[in-house]
Design a protein around this ligand. Structure first.
Ligand code: NAD
Length: 370
């Protein structure tokens, strides 16, 4: 088996799907690796650190591998150049990438979408959503701290006492919990809210205060469900009071496969303190704040609203390390005597396969695209 890795093509993408650490682990399993020259440069992983790897140009990598690792969804033109029967593993977002899905089925390729790996205990070490969300949650607080014209911690100085920043985190999944922990480390007073009831204890265990809104909405598979109109109104009324007294609001609320829930209205922004900062981690899926513009920082009602995209790429080195480990933990159980031998009775492989044998095997994607 030869694993191939290209330099990621998306602008601003610093991550790489394979690190020297994981390359060595693959080699121990009898796997060869071929990489595009400079593939790791975005995260300061230089070609010479990848011992025993064949280096080539993109065409050579695609012609020489049976298993392609990617971070971002590959372009259809890339998939078209892979060998027949090859396998691709990376983030796919198939419903948003119909041309990629068409190329995978046209070529009869097995396409694993890392974001579809079931979130069961056994698969935690393979969970790219979690590892990359942790990077994003951490970054979101650093962005907020850099954007706010106040200290985060309380300071007692000769020039008087500085009060700590009031930070509100909306959505306490993986990114939100990491944001809480990071804001606490920086010394802010942190409050947080999520619709899932299990988060109250998690929020409190990180030393933050849980905001009671009276709305809880536990959905399937440990995720939140969408709120009814009544619940939304109740949630907004309770949250708007907290938003108005916060220096920083970091919002991370998401519902799998749905647009981001709208939680921060324009009126709520208008009621905030001048100079306050919102970092909207849901910018890419429509934003938790009505005024968010993805990829930009806008100032509305004297509030700075940051809509960052692809935040994990800002932490390229560590995000790559975690991502490559996730990939290895996913694929290594299927490597026997240096060859790929997939067990389709294993739900991890069965559920994360987007395409196989010329068909779309992920039902929601098939229903949407066909
Ligand atoms: P996510 O990115 O889909 O959503 C982020 C958060 O937004 C969630 O906590 C969600 O409850 C919250 N949210 C949704 N609508 C909201 C609203 N209207 N108001 C406030 N908050 C709202 O979620 P995630 O971070 O990827 O993970 C969520 C769940 O998955 C958690 O229960 C987590 O523990 C679980 N998980 C399990 C595993 C595993 O077992 N392998 C791994 C990672 C995460």
């Amino acid at each position: 088996l030869t694993v191939g890795v290209l330099k990621e093509a998306l602008e601003g993408e610093t991550r790489v799907a394979l690190t020297p650490e994981i390359t060595a682990k693959l080699q121990k399993l009898g796997v060869s690796v071929i990489m595009e020259r400079g593939a790791g440069e975005g995260s300061q992983l230089l070609d010479e650190e990848y011992a025993g790897v064949t280096l080539g140009d993109a065409a050579e990598v695609l012609a020489g591998c049976e298993l392609l690792f990617t971070v971002q969804p590959p372009a259809a033109a890339i998939v078209d150049k892979l060998k027949d029967g090859a396998t691709v593993a990376g983030i796919m977002h198939g419903h948003n990438n119909p041309e990629l899905v068409a190329a995978l089925t046209r070529k009869n390729l097995t396409g694993f979408a890392m974001e579809l790996i079931p979130r069961i205990s056994r698969a935690q070490s393979m969970d790219v959503l979690s590892s990359q969300a942790a990077a994003a949650g951490y970054q979101s607080v650093l962005i907020a701290a850099m954007t706010l014209d106040k200290f985060f911690p309380m300071l007692t100085t000769a020039a008087g006492t500085i009060r700590p920043a009031q930070v509100l985190i909306i959505g306490a999944g993986v990114a939100g919990l990491q944001a809480i922990a990071t804001a606490k480390r920086l010394g802010a007073v942190v409050k947080a809210y999520d619709v899932r009831s299990a988060t109250k204890e998690q929020i409190q265990s990180l030393g933050a205060k849980f905001v009671e809104t009276g709305v809880s909405a536990d959905g399937e598979g440990g995720y939140a469900r969408e709120l009814t109109e009544e619940e939304k109104a109740q949630q907004q009324a309770a949250l708007e009071k907290e938003i108005s007294v916060s220096d920083v609001v970091i919002s991370t609320a998401a519902i799998p496969g749905r647009p981001a829930p709208r939680i921060i209205s324009a009126a709520a922004v208008a009621a905030m303190k001048p100079g306050a900062v919102i970092v909207d981690l849901a910018a890419e899926t429509g934003g938790n704040c009505e005024l968010t513009v993805a990829g930009e920082t806008v100032v509305k009602h004297k509030v700075k609203i940051v809509g960052p995209t692809n935040l994990a790429a800002k932490l390229g080195r560590h995000a790559s390390e975690m991502y490559a480990r996730n990939l290895f933990n996913f694929i290594s159980p299927a490597i026997k005597d240096g060859e790929l031998n997939l067990d389709w009775d294993d739900e991890v492989f069965a559920k994360s396969a987007l395409t196989r044998d010329g068909k779309i095997t992920h039902e929601p994607t098939r229903a949407q695209l066909e």
